[in-house]
Design a protein. Structure first.
Length: 188
C-alpha cells in the first residue's frame, strides 16, 4: 500500500504596508487581508525597517512621504542589504512627484502607485510582485540544491575536485560580461 504524502504547508504571503496616514494604512491592510495576505503595518520608515527584519515580508508597499526615514530611504536600505535586495518594494507617491519617482528608481524601487491608489491596482500589483518573488525564491532554492549536489559529487570523486568551482568562476565572469555584478559565493 502506498501512503499519501502531503506537501508541506505554505505560509501565508506577507505584505508590509508602511504609511504615516492611519486611513490609508487601514484601507491597504483591509484590501490585502481580504486577498489572503498577512499584513504587517508600520507608521514610519524606522518601524518599517524593524518590521522587515522581524517578519521578512514578501512584498513591501511604502509611502514616499513619511516623517524621518522616508519610503525612498527605506527602499535604498533594503536594496543595499543582501538579505532583502530581492524583496519587491512598491513606492506610493503623488502624481506630480516626478523627482520622487526618479529618486525611487535610483533607490531600486520595483513599482510605483500613484495617489489616490485604486484598490484593484494595489491588489494587482502586489499579486504580480508576489508571483515574481516566489519565482525568485524558487530559483534560489534550486541553485542551493544544485550546489549541494555538486559538492557531494566532488567530495566522492577526487578527480573532479574543483570542477564545479571552476564552472562557477566561469559563470560569474560570463555574468559580469552580461552586466551582473554580484559576487560568487565561497565554496569551501
Amino acid at each position: 500500500m502506498i501512503a499519501a504524502v502531503s506537501a508541506p504547508a505554505r505560509r501565508q504571503p506577507r505584505v508590509l504596508v508602511a504609511d504615516d496616514t492611519d486611513t490609508i494604512r487601514a484601507l491597504f491592510e483591509k484590501l490585502l487581508t481580504n486577498d489572503g495576505y498577512q499584513v504587517i503595518s508600520a507608521v514610519d520608515g524606522i518601524e518599517a525597517l524593524d518590521a522587515v527584519s522581524v517578519y521578512h515580508p514578501d512584498v513591501i508597499v511604502t509611502d514616499v512621504g513619511m516623517p524621518g526615514v522616508d519610503g525612498i530611504e527605506v527602499c535604498r536600505r533594503l536594496k543595499r542589504d543582501p538579505s532583502t535586495h530581492l524583496t519587491p518594494v512598491v513606492l506610493v507617491t503623488g502624481l506630480s512627484d516626478l523627482p520622487d519617482r526618479i529618486r525611487g528608481i535610483e533607490a531600486g524601487a520595483d513599482d510605483f502607485l500613484t495617489k489616490p491608489v485604486h484598490p484593484q491596482e494595489l491588489r494587482a500589483r502586489v499579486a504580480a510582485l508576489l508571483r515574481m518573488k516566489q519565482l525568485t525564491d524558487a530559483l534560489d532554492s534550486a541553485e542551493a540544491a544544485f550546489m549541494a549536489l555538486a559538492m557531494t559529487i566532488e567530495a566522492r570523486d577526487p578527480t573532479t575536485r574543483g570542477h564545479c568551482e571552476r564552472l562557477a568562476h566561469h559563470a560569474v565572469r560570463l555574468g559580469r560580461v552580461l552586466g551582473d555584478e554580484r559576487e560568487m559565493p565561497r565554496v569551501d
